[in-house]
Write a protein that binds this ligand. Structure first.
Ligand SMILES: *[C@@H]1O[C@H](CO)[C@@H](O)[C@H](O)[C@H]1NC(C)=O
Length: 296
């Protein structure tokens, strides 16, 4: 262990290019105290550089997907030393969390709004997304929803994400699946932008473990999409009521997260470096998928 040895975020590379890259940068790999592997890009254990792995090097399994969207790869249970995930029982926890302000303040100014309900979505039609797509379709019968994203009406480049988010009064922060603590940047986007998130995923009490109960609207707060739409239309006409959704900002701050594929690795890589520098204990993950896929 030494501070001069970096964590190499190999997840930045696609696995099929990994071997070629390693051939050219072998010395860097040999020096690294830890190597991060991005679960989505691991094609097979055979592609991982196990033979040349230095004894003291820790392998970090980095995953941002929920269990339903995490493929089980054979042979992977006994090769990692640390997990990096949104789960609070991971070795290294990577989440976007609301933090308490040192001093309460009332400086919040509502961004200019010219849209009512928005949704940015990339895989509206994938299998795991059926619940949220069904809710969205029902909702659009009663209220207008502006949809942005890959493969749907209006594609949205990263630099338009925050300005677009700010222009919406409400935002559908719908998770693609329901798993304990699986509350993602989909919620952090609106919270940090001054937009009211409408959440679908885990029940309300799991959300309230991470953020104040009045900072979001939960689909379960209403018997159906029609009742929710009525509530939103009412808030649209009543500024005083609408602003109550921002009362939490007096005491808490939400920080915008980094966008674009390249930057998405910045926060987890920093967290991994920090962990590796502070903690040089031996560790091994023996039943990775047993842990990850177990229902809690
Ligand atoms: C990392 O985990 C592997 C697999 O469990 C284990 O063989 C190895 O000794 C561990 N190394 C460190 C440095 O913790």
């Amino acid at each position: 262990m030494s501070a001069t040895h970096p964590v190499v975020p190999l997840g930045l590379l696609f696995m099929h290019r990994l071997q070629r890259w390693l051939a050219r940068h072998r010395s860097l790999y040999q020096q690294a105290d830890a190597v991060m592997f991005y679960q989505k890009n691991i094609r097979s254990v055979a592609h991982m550089p196990q033979e040349s792995r230095p004894q003291r090097q820790k392998w970090i399994w980095y995953n941002v997907e929920s269990p339903s969207n995490t493929l089980k790869l054979p042979g992977i249970n006994n090769i990692f030393n640390l997990t990096l995930s949104y789960r609070r029982d991971a070795g290294i926890i990577a989440r976007y969390e609301v933090v308490i302000k040192d001093e309460p303040d009332d400086h919040f100014v509502l961004p200019k709004k010219d849209r009512l309900v928005c949704w940015m979505v990339s895989n509206m039609w994938s299998a795991g997304s059926r619940v949220r797509t069904a809710y969205y379709k029902e909702l659009t019968k009663h209220i207008k929803v502006d949809v942005f994203g890959l493969g749907v009406s209006v594609p949205l480049p990263a630099e338009r994400y925050y300005p677009t988010m700010q222009s919406c009064k409400f935002y559908l922060a719908f998770e693609n699946s329901a798993h304990k603590d699986y509350i993602t940047e989909k919620l952090n986007g609106p919270l940090s932008s001054g937009t009211v998130p409408i959440v679908l995923g885990m029940p309300r009490d799991n959300y309230e473990e991470f953020m104040p109960g009045d900072s979001f609207i939960h689909v379960n707060d209403f018997p159906d999409a029609k009742a929710m739409a009525q509530h939103l239309l009412e808030l649209d006409k009543n500024d005083e009521k609408y602003m109550k959704n921002f009362a939490w900002r007096r005491f808490y701050t939400a920080t915008p997260h980094l966008l674009t594929l390249k930057n998405e690795f910045t926060q987890p890589t920093c967290l991994a470096c920090d962990h590796i520098l502070r903690d040089n204990r031996y560790s091994a993950v023996h039943n990775l998928y047993g842990w990850y896929h177990s229902s809690r």
